[in-house]
Design a protein around this ligand. Structure first.
Ligand code: ATP
Length: 454
């Protein structure tokens, strides 16, 4: 017995009883009404999985208009219900009109029992899928709200940040490609999310691809997808990030890490507004808003032959430069306070304050790791704090003297972080050279730094 609910609407009572007897064998609830005027006020119409609706009601009239009228009424009130039209032989053109208006199917009278049951079954499956899709969409939209609510908090009121946010507000409504540049940890991803949030695509997905953390040999499949068997690990067909971002925003972080070969593929996808999965030759259309970010100097990379000039022109229709924290003095204490509250809540240490001397220390520090470093510094201070007041000594800043005097690290993590900062200092912030010195890949170094901040 299927747990389905069916409503029968026909002015011929013997047809209603015949259908009731037939359908009750398989469906838990079968209800019938002989006057279609009851449809409008029928309680809980949307709870019906299927409505079997006659096309002609008034005796002698068989234009089918009554059926079409009631079909529209039902779909208005219960858009996910599957409506099957019942029509007399010879009125197929009318049934086709009903299909165009949203009916799930039609049955010709007199009907064949087996065929009727098969039609109802298919309509029931359709209704189930519609319900599932509806539920999934609702869940997705709730999840997106939760995710965005957490990630989109742009804190700060400095002139430099306000200028950036004004530009973001102007550009967001358009579909132009945006390039966001700035040092590591300045908030480029947050700006990209803000662009998405203020755009007409805000209810669609924001897909973030971190080029710095994808191995070179996986770039293509990650971005463009692959077909089953196109390489050893390709166990099934898979869509890439471009396809996943369809109708939404695609954020390519660390775009400067793309090889020249991948740059050519990216350029062709942007130009053609389509992608070709690895192992296939069939283009798939994609509609995305592209936002790229980097801390590299792409113009310099172009003149060094490391970045395609034509790609640069494609991705930077609008260029947004996010200033480093040291040029946003007015934001430092506001951000510190924001992170203090966030971590005080997370680690259950309410009422924490930063004293004046500590505030001065935070203001004087140049914050080479920008907001990510400030966030990490505040988290560490909150975790290690004993009393209610954070003093200068609670903030272990990675000043040259701190690093070179070999300040005693507290934990294994601290030790690792000091080594990383030391290596970066020694190589003037060059990731590749620092990674080589530490004996890890540039990608691992990059991941470790990211993990520490977030
Ligand atoms: N204005 C801001 N208000 C609140 N939090 C911020 C702000 N800017 C950045 N952050 C936080 O700082 C961290 C780093 O920001 P984000 O990842 O956006 O920087 P990024 O420039 O993209 O870094 P990277 O270059 O390393 O990819 C994140 O946790 C982010 O939420």
């Amino acid at each position: 017995m299927v747990n389905g609910k069916i409503l029968l609407v026909d002015d011929n009572k013997s047809i209603l009883s015949a259908l009731e007897i037939l359908l009750q064998f398989e469906y838990k609830e079968v209800t019938s009404i002989s006057n279609p005027n009851q449809i409008s006020s029928y309680p809980d119409l949307q709870s019906f999985d299927i409505v079997l609706l006659d096309m002609n009601f008034s005796a002698g009239v068989n234009t089918g208009n009554e059926g079409l009228f009631w079909l529209r009424e039902i779909l208005k009130k219960a858009p996910h219900t599957s409506v099957i039209m019942m029509t007399a032989y010879g009125a197929v053109d009318l049934a086709v009109r009903a299909l165009k208006e949203g009916a799930a199917d039609f049955i010709l009278k007199p009907w064949n029992n087996e065929r009727l049951m098969a039609t109802v079954r298919t309509a029931y499956e359709l209704r189930k899928s519609k319900k599932e899709i509806h539920n999934l969409k609702q869940k997705e939209s709730n999840l997106k709200q939760v995710i965005n609510a957490d990630k989109n908090l742009m804190v700060g009121q400095s002139k430099a940040l306000t200028n950036v946010l004004n530009l973001v507000a102007k550009v967001a409504k358009t579909d132009v490609n945006v390039l966001i540049t700035g040092e590591n940890g300045t908030g480029k991803e947050l700006i990209a999310r803000e662009l998405h949030r203020l755009s007409s695509r805000k209810d669609e997905v924001f897909i973030n691809v971190d080029m710095g953390s994808i191995a070179e040999n996986l770039f293509e499949s990650e971005l463009f997808g692959h077909t089953k068997g196109s390489f050893t690990d390709a166990k099934e067909d898979r869509a890439g990030k471009f396809e996943a971002a369809h109708q939404g925003t695609l954020f390519l972080d660390e775009i400067g890490n793309l090889s020249l070969q991948m740059q050519a593929k990216l350029l062709s996808s942007i130009q053609n507004k389509s992608v070709v999965r690895v192992g296939s030759n069939k283009p798939i259309n994609v509609d995305i808003r592209l936002i790229c970010a980097t801390n590299c100097n792409l113009e310099k990379m172009v003149s060094d032959g490391l970045f395609r000039e034509d790609l640069l022109y494609r991705i930077n229709t609008i260029h947004i430069e996010v200033p480093p924290l040291r040029e946003r003095d007015d934001d430092i204490l506001i951000l510190a306070d924001f992170f203090l509250k966030k971590f005080a809540q997370k680690y259950d240490k309410p009422g924490l304050k930063i004293n004046n001397l500590a505030q001065e220390k935070l203001m004087e520090y140049p914050w080479p790791g920008n907001i990510r470093e400030l966030q990490h510094t505040m988290e560490r201070a909150v975790i290690l704090s004993d009393g209610n007041v954070l003093k200068p000594s609670d903030f272990l800043l990675n000043t040259k003297s701190n690093l070179l005097l070999d300040h005693q690290p507290l934990t294994l993590n601290e030790m690792e972080q000091q080594m990383i900062f030391k290596a970066l200092e020694q190589h003037d912030g060059n990731y590749s050279a620092a990674a080589e010195q530490l004996g890890i890949s540039r990608q691992t170094l990059y991941n470790k730094l990211k993990k520490k901040g977030d």
